[in-house]
Design a protein around this ligand. Structure first.
Ligand SMILES: NC(=O)c1ccc[n+]([C@@H]2O[C@H](COP(=O)([O-])OP(=O)(O)OC[C@H]3O[C@@H](n4cnc5c(N)ncnc54)[C@H](O)[C@@H]3O)[C@@H](O)[C@H]2O)c1
Length: 291
């Protein structure tokens, strides 16, 4: 069996400082909304050695971590007038955007790039708010960003220069992998698959535990083995050069227990049609959130 890839060592702030992809930024980088996803991006930038003095955070309810960074020089809720950002990362809820973003329109127009991670909100919405000709990137990350293992897919409008795209790549890449697509329409399906995807995997852990209890296991044991199984299988999938189907076949002895379960899960009314329905619902919702 091919050997698994070794896990890359996490980048430390000290090792990356001065040498990482964010080291040469002039700044400021403005983060609008430092909740779960904005906070994960901020952590990633700091981990890569971005000088907190080059970061501005606009956040009405800053976490203790963000407030602590203000002591290290990060600017928290300054008057946005007069800022000339190199990039603005928009991480407020899509439903909040029509109220929250128009007052920030003066942040555009200084050659910076506007990077939105808001579900549904389109490049067209961004140029409507920040003005025609605004360099805009629409990106969809996911919550494993919090441990540097996120997956982001992004699309840029025609006003984004090669340098702007590299900057966006480096800012988004601080939390994991980044892929780019040319067609904005794909981002709604990306949102359904990888943006929302971690929730489906966590549901699998919950559901597997419930099924274990139904099969007679004590709840604590069922939760523990379901969690470890999902986490261990995810880690194997991450490290192994083998594809998911081969890893699945490696578990499945002919005529054995796995085959009995897969006969149910892979039946015509099994997991595929269910997930197809779920992804279609999420894709539709992403399109509705465009506004
Ligand atoms: N959570 C996810 O799995 C996920 C994944 C991909 C993309 N997203 C997108 O990321 C964005 C943020 O989602 P989240 O899960 O981090 O939500 P969140 O609620 O944790 O964060 C949103 C933050 O915005 C702040 N905020 C509200 N009004 C503001 C204003 N006027 N100015 C500045 N900040 C303001 C809130 O205080 C909050 O901290 C959303 O647009 C969402 O679609 C989320």
């Amino acid at each position: 069996m091919p050997q698994p890839k070794s896990d890359p060592k996490p980048k430390t702030r000290a090792a990356a400082a001065g040498a990482g992809p964010l080291a040469g930024l002039k700044g400021p980088i403005v983060l609008v909304g430092a909740g779960k996803m904005g906070g994960a991006l901020l952590d990633g930038w700091l981990r890569l050695g971005l000088d907190p003095r080059k970061i501005v955070v606009l956040e009405p309810h800053p976490s203790a971590d963000v407030a602590a960074q203000a002591i290290a020089g990060l600017r928290l809720n300054p008057d946005p007038a007069g800022l000339k950002p190199e990039a603005v990362v928009l991480a407020v809820k899509p439903q909040t955007a029509p109220e929250a973003l128009p007052p920030l329109a003066p942040l555009a127009g200084h050659g910076g790039v506007m990077i939105s991670i808001m579900a549904g909100r389109t490049l067209g919405f961004l140029t409507q708010v920040f003005g025609p000709g605004t360099a805009a990137v629409r990106a969809m990350p996911n919550t494993p960003a919090a441990i540097g293992r996120g997956m982001t897919v992004a699309v840029a409008n025609a006003a984004v220069t090669a340098a702007g795209r590299t900057l966006a790549q480096n800012l988004l890449g601080a939390t994991g992998k980044v892929d780019w697509v040319a067609e904005e329409d794909l981002i709604d399906a990306v949102t359904a698959v990888s943006g929302s995807g971690p929730a489906y995997v966590f549901l699998l852990a919950e559901s597997l535990a419930r099924a274990g209890v139904a099969a007679g296991l004590p709840p604590d044991l069922a939760r523990k083995i379901a969690r470890e199984t999902v986490a261990g299988a995810g880690e194997l999938l991450y490290r192994s050069p083998l594809d998911a189907a081969t890893l699945r076949k490696n578990v499945t002895s002919p005529g054995g227990t796995t085959a009995a379960a897969l006969d149910v899960l892979m039946a015509a009314d099994g997991l595929d049609p269910l997930l197809e329905k779920a992804i279609a619902a999420a894709t539709k919702r992403s399109r509705e959130l465009a506004g």
